[in-house]
Write a protein that binds this ligand. Sequence first.
Ligand SMILES: [Zn+2]
Ligand SMILES: [Zn+2]
Length: 342
Amino acid sequence: MTTAYTRSPDERINWVRSIPFIVVHLIPLLAIWTGATLMDWAICIGLYVVRMFFITGVYHRYFSHRAYKMGRVMQFLMAFGGGTAAQKGALWWAAHHRHHHKYSDMQEDVHSPLKGFLWSHVGWILCNKFNETDYKAIKDFAKYPELVWLNKYHWVPPTLLGVACYLVGGWSTLIIGFFLSTVLLYHGTFFINSLAHVFGKRRYVTSDTSRNSFVLALITLGEGWHNNHHYYQSTANQGFFWWEIDISYYVLKMLSWVGLTKDLRTPPAHILAANRLRDGHPDIGMFDAKLAKAVAVFETAQTGASEYYRKRAEDLDALVKNTRQSALQIVRMPRVEPADAE
Ligand SMILES: [Zn+2]
Ligand SMILES: [Zn+2]
């Protein structure tokens, strides 16, 4: 299959280092021998929902996008909660996510959907390139030593949770309550990097392929409104209208009533009304993705052609790339807000 962007050599999957990740996927099969009680299943669902909130409501909306405020102790507790999801530390997670928004769907994007579905879903995590935390990208939170500690020893929170599960109900609780729910949580989260860029509807013009999906919003407690989010990233809510279910936002709102979170940012009305797109209509994001794919097919076809045609193909290729670059520069120019337009 031709993908729009080819992966660089350091984007190869490191199978040896990925063994623990693969083993975690196999552990739930041990339930064939241990069996599972109703309590194990209840813990599995409970831990999925609670930890999904920590990932979307905290790792994503707080640490990546600063969509609301919290006190320092609460911030640590929430980062610890997110840590139990075994998706590394808040600083690692948020630094990579900020990078995704900066370069959405471009060659540099850590999990660009244009490098293939599996790459955007899980491949990028299994290669060496994105192992380290880019502390420069997350300076605002890296100034807290307790968060840096948690980021370095990111295995502590999930280990403690696993031990707690074992103490509560023995092996079957560990296997189903902890491991199965962790695996489901992985793929629920990863769907936003993969499915939410190919499946669903586009409401707003963005320079990427993000989409809105009701089903994904249910699975991820609100993250499925991904086109909304790429369009206007800094808000605590991602469901922009009352019918767009966004459980994480409801929880953040409730926490604000008791003072544990504050200053929740929501989109202004003029932002909601602007840049609307009738689903299925072409916009720069879809245009760019299709063009990138076309260029890739074209480049593949080029190999093997005669010298004359290869030269013409190269000229055309350069022209297409230039046009695309200028189109993207235009679309990425800062939006002029009505207030500044005077
Ligand atoms: Zn985001
Ligand atoms: Zn995205």
